[in-house]
Design a protein around this ligand. Structure first.
Ligand code: NDP
Ligand code: GDR
Length: 379
């Protein structure tokens, strides 16, 4: 029997609940009256910052958010949790999700991102839950890699360019295979990049908004970047998790969907937008290649430099999604423009930077220390 005495309308299980998308999805499902179970990894320090505001003390009430220790590399815990909670919906968001890191840890990435998906599907099949449990698989525009068609839609051929992309390719196809072989209700959401103030600090958008905000607050002097010409289709994570939910509410047979905005910009342009948002005017670029620098338009200070350590062994140069199917069948309309996304991220990072600067002035924090990591973490 499910562990919670109070049954909500539906029960969902989220892997990766402590991540960016997991936190927004948990909020959405709780709002909709779901009983939400989440799998979190054991860590040596707290790793639930993004969902702490959703925490419900089990001593005071019957909680609608329940966390379980587990890991996608361990089928024993997945089988136990799925058997115990019998979820109506599983959102498999857990993954080693950093493309650059996947070149450093390819085997682990394959284990968690590729085999982890198989473990979820197989647990549902073995436990006889095919008729009950619907599964969302977090697929990605990284499947397109070396793009074969512009813009990319559901029928565009895949050509992944990283161990992450290749692992997610396996996850995509094993999801399709279990759907076709066993009649499972399983969908791939092929989501293009989506960001928010909760984005991990080493992804490019957050690295930029956090880094420039800290420069603005006088905490740091320069942001070191990789490929500024990379082109991405960026949306807001809050909008994208709503589509994850809608994919599992379809009346008809399960389908795969591209979720994207249909607008493409460069990393360079994202930096300019963040600089404008900070009131710097924009960024003036000088030099080429590794010697290129970006200066604040208002003061002339160099605030962006290139560091080759952030180049990838194989790059995905350009991504642009065509979300027509999602528009027609899921009613997909992105609610946040890129400018609004940048403004929200800059505002949050600016507040944090101001607090850090205040603490520093009072002698409480040492910028660049372990407690207060520097702008340029290792990715
Ligand atoms: P995050 O990196 O923010 O979150 C990943 C989550 O997975 C975290 O909760 C993390 O736990 C957890 N996790 C990592 N490894 C394991 C493991 N071995 N077992 C269990 N859990 C694990 O990613 P996002 O929220 O941005 O993305 C969610 C999913 O969507 C991922 O699968 C990602 O690959 C995919 N995706 C993301 C896109 C994006 O632009 N954001 C676009 C397309 C797909 P912990 O907090 O402990 O690290
Ligand atoms: P991506 O996101 O690889 O698209 O994967 P990321 O933000 O890491 O990189 C986007 C582009 O920016 C370039 N870049 C840099 N990237 C990082 N991280 N740091 C830098 O300093 C830097 N300089 C330039 C990158 O080379 C790249 O071209 C994200 C993840 O969320 C995946 O899990 C998800 O599947 C895809 O988006 C869709």
């Amino acid at each position: 029997m499910p562990s919670s005495a109070t049954r909500a309308a539906k029960t969902a299980l989220i892997t990766g609940i402590t991540g960016q998308d997991g936190s927004y999805l948990a909020e959405l499902l709780l709002e909709k009256g779901y009983l939400v179970h989440g799998i979190k990894r054991r860590a040596s320090s707290f790793n639930t910052t993004r969902i702490d505001h959703l925490y419900q003390d089990p001593h005071e009430s019957d909680p609608r958010l329940v966390l379980h220790y587990g890991d996608l590399t361990d089928s024993t815990n997945l089988i136990r949790i799925i058997q115990q909670e019998q979820p109506d919906e599983i959102y498999n968001l857990g993954a080693q999700s950093h493309v650059a890191v996947s070149f450093e840890a390819p085997e682990y990435t394959a284990n968690s991102d590729a085999l982890g998906t198989l473990r979820i599907l197989e647990a549902v099949r073995m436990l006889g839950l095919i008729g009950k449990t619907r599964i969302y698989q977090a697929s990605t525009s990284e499947l397109y890699g070396l793009v074969q068609e512009v813009p990319q839609k559901e029928s565009t051929p895949f050509y992944p360019r990283s161990p992450y992309g290749v692992a997610k390719l396996y996850a995509y196809w094993i999801t399709v295979n279990y759907r076709e072989a066993y009649g499972m209700y399983a969908c791939n959401g092929i989501l293009f990049n989506h960001e928010s103030p909760r984005r991990g600090e080493t992804f490019v958008t957050r690295k930029i908004t956090r880094g420039l905000a800290r420069i603005d607050a006088g905490l740091e002097q320069c942001l070191f970047m990789g490929n500024l010409d990379s082109l991405r289709d960026w949306g807001h994570a809050r909008d994208y998790v709503e589509m994850q939910w809608r994919m599992l509410q379809q009346e008809g047979p399960p389908e795969d969907f591209v979720i994207a905005t249909g607008r493409q910009e460069s990393v360079r342009r994202f930096i300019e937008l963040a600089a404008s948002e900070l009131g710097w005017g924009s960024i003036q670029w000088q030099g080429r290649g590794l010697q290129e620098t970006g200066s604040r338009a208002d003061t002339g200070d160099v605030v962006v430099r290139i560091d080759p350590r952030y180049f990838r062994p194989a790059e995905v140069e350009t991504l642009l999604g065509d979300p027509t199917r999602a528009k027609e069948k899921l009613g997909w309309i992105p609610t946040t423009t890129l400018e609004e996304l940048v403004a929200e991220m800059v505002a949050t990072d600016r507040e944090d930077a101001k607090k850090d600067a205040h603490l520093k002035r009072k002698g409480f924090a040492v910028v660049g220390s372990m407690e207060n990591p520097p702008t340029n973490p290792e990715a």
